[in-house]
Design a binder for this molecule. Structure first.
Ligand code: HEC
Length: 184
C-alpha cells in the first residue's frame, strides 16, 4: 500500500445511466468472461488484500463521502490506490456505494448504510486489452460477490460482449473514465 488519494465526482450524467441489467450469457462457466471459477477466486484474494489495507471491512479507513448517481448509490466514497495480487501490482479503485441521503451519517458510520462495493483493478497486460485490462467486481458488504439475474457472480470482465454491465456503461462514456483512471 503506497498511498491513498481520494477524489471527487467525475463528470457524471445521472439519469442517463439508470438501467443496470446484465444480459444473459450462453457461454459455459469456463469460457465466460466473468463469473468463472478463476475470476471468483481472484476476487476473493483481492477482498483479503483490501481488508488488510483497510479499504473494506469493519476497520475501513474513513474518507469524505460525496453525493453520487445511480447505479452507484446516492452517497459514495472512492479510494484510488495501488494493490498487489499474486505478484502483480496494479491500480485499484474502490467505490463504496451507500444507500443513504445523509453524508454526515455515512461518515460517522461507514458500514451501516453500505449497499455494495464496486471495484476496478488493473490486471496484467493481455487480460482485456480492449478495456485497459480492468478486472471488475461487485461485492456485498460482507465480501461475498453480488450476482446478476442469472446467478452469475460479478467478478472478471463484467460483462464483456453484453449490452449492459460495468464495461458497457463505462465505455458508453467514450471510455474516458477508463483513460482518466489509468493516467492517475
Ligand atoms: C449504468 C452505468 C454504470 C454501470 C452499469 C456501472 N457503472 Fe461504475 N460508474 C458509472 C459512473 C457514471 C461512474 C462515475 C460517477 C458516479 O459514480 O456516479 C462510475 C464509477 C465507478 C467507479 C469509481 C471510479 C470512477 O470512475 O469514479 C468504480 C470503481 C466503478 N464505477 C465500478 C463499477 C463496477 C465494478 C461495475 C459493475 C459491477 C460498474 N461500475 C457498473 C456508471 C456505471
Amino acid at each position: 500500500m503506497k498511498r491513498i488519494v481520494t477524489y471527487g465526482l467525475l463528470a457524471a450524467t445521472g439519469g442517463l445511466f439508470a438501467a443496470v441489467a446484465i444480459g444473459t450469457s450462453a457461454l459455459n462457466a469456463q469460457d465466460a468472461p466473468f463469473g468463472d471459477p478463476d475470476s471468483i477466486s481472484y476476487a476473493e484474494t483481492l477482498w483479503s488484500e483490501m481488508e488488510e489495507a483497510r479499504l473494506v471491512g469493519d476497520n475501513s479507513i474513513k474518507v469524505r463521502p460525496f453525493e453520487g448517481n445511480e447505479p452507484h448509490g446516492t452517497i459514495q466514497e472512492v479510494l484510488a490506490t495501488i494493490a498487489t495480487v499474486d505478484d502483480h501490482t496494479g491500480r485499484l479503485v474502490v467505490k463504496r456505494n451507500h444507500a443513504s441521503d445523509n453524508i454526515d451519517a455515512v461518515y460517522d458510520d461507514p458500514t451501516g448504510n453500505l449497499a455494495a462495493i464496486t471495484i476496478m483493478f488493473e490486471r496484467e497486460e493481455g487480460y482485456d486489452p480492449e478495456n485497459r485490462n480492468w478486472f471488475w467486481a461487485k461485492y456485498l458488504p460482507d465480501g461475498t460477490l453480488d450476482t446478476n439475474p442469472n446467478g452469475m457472480q460479478l467478478a472478471g470482465r463484467v460483462a464483456k460482449g453484453m449490452d449492459a454491465g460495468c464495461i458497457a456503461c463505462h465505455s458508453a462514456r467514450g471510455g474516458d473514465d477508463l483513460e482518466v483512471l489509468t493516467s492517475r
